[in-house]
Design a protein around this ligand. Structure first.
Ligand SMILES: [Zn+2]
Length: 246
């Protein structure tokens, strides 16, 4: 039988991500069904999405179903917890969602040069040392976050008084009295993930609480909210600065 599905490279990439979010279980089911389930792994409780699939369906049918329902999956994953899947080799630096090589360049002293094409960070100090790495993250967050916030705020024609960054234990961002606070740890995540948090905080200027109204406003101003937020659930390292592999 010929396969009726053909996936583009972009589709395959999305399916690959979705398969990290959803666990597929085949069984004696009549139809597809999503369910959130808790499980214990190495003494910790996690919450994932299960897709129950009929035994007679092949992998391509399942992949097509995942792709078609990606927005539902992103939304379901919003409150899920996963064992973090980011492994950082000890000679690499996680920055804006990518793993960068590090090259020491003593002649540039206290500054940095970031080459996004070759994914290389040059610095006058050894960034593979914890203190120097934290300093690098701190400076980059203080430089990138305000620029991003003002850019997003301008698109929505909202006024922001100040942008502050800090390392907070229990939240990614906050918003009050026109001041946006962003967690410095977000410097590890891709720019679109940082944007998703910024838009969440900006949406609070329009709707202060976490009501249904808030989330529908947020989806209106930033439709990719749930999709871009997923990186935090799947990949954000548990420690800051992140631990490298031994
Ligand atoms: Zn909020």
């Amino acid at each position: 039988m010929n396969d009726i599905y053909s996936f583009t490279e972009d589709n395959k990439e999305i399916i690959n991500l979705l398969k990290q979010v959803v666990t597929v279980k085949y069984g004696n089911y009549k139809n597809f069904k999503f369910k959130k389930e808790k499980y214990i792994f190495q003494k910790k409780i996690y919450k994932t999405i299960i897709l129950y699939a009929p035994l007679s369906y092949n992998e391509n049918t399942v992949d097509a179903y995942l792709l078609k329902n990606q927005n539902i999956i992103y939304k379901l994953a919003y409150h899920c917890f996963y064992p973090k899947k980011t492994e950082i080799p000890d000679n690499k630096i996680l920055y804006l969602g990518s793993l960068y090589d590090f090259k020491l360049k003593p002649e540039i002293h206290n500054t940095y040069k970031i080459d996004e094409n070759t994914l290389t960070i040059y610095a006058g100090r050894n960034l593979l040392h914890k203190e120097n790495l934290l300093n690098f993250y701190h400076k980059q967050a203080a430089y990138i976050f305000p620029a991003r916030v003002y850019m997003c705020a301008e698109k929505l024609k909202l006024n922001i008084k100040a942008v502050k960054t800090g390392v907070f234990k229990s939240y990614w961002g906050s918003c009050g009295a026109g001041i946006i606070k962003l967690n410095e740890r977000l410097i590890l995540s891709p720019l679109n993930t940082i944007d998703s948090i910024i838009y969440h905080e900006l949406a609070h200027i329009l709707v202060p609480n976490h009501s249904k109204d808030f989330y529908s406003t947020l989806e209106k101003i930033y439709p990719a909210y749930y999709k871009d937020h997923i990186w935090l659930n799947l990949f954000m390292p548990a420690e800051y600065p992140p631990k490298t592999a031994e």
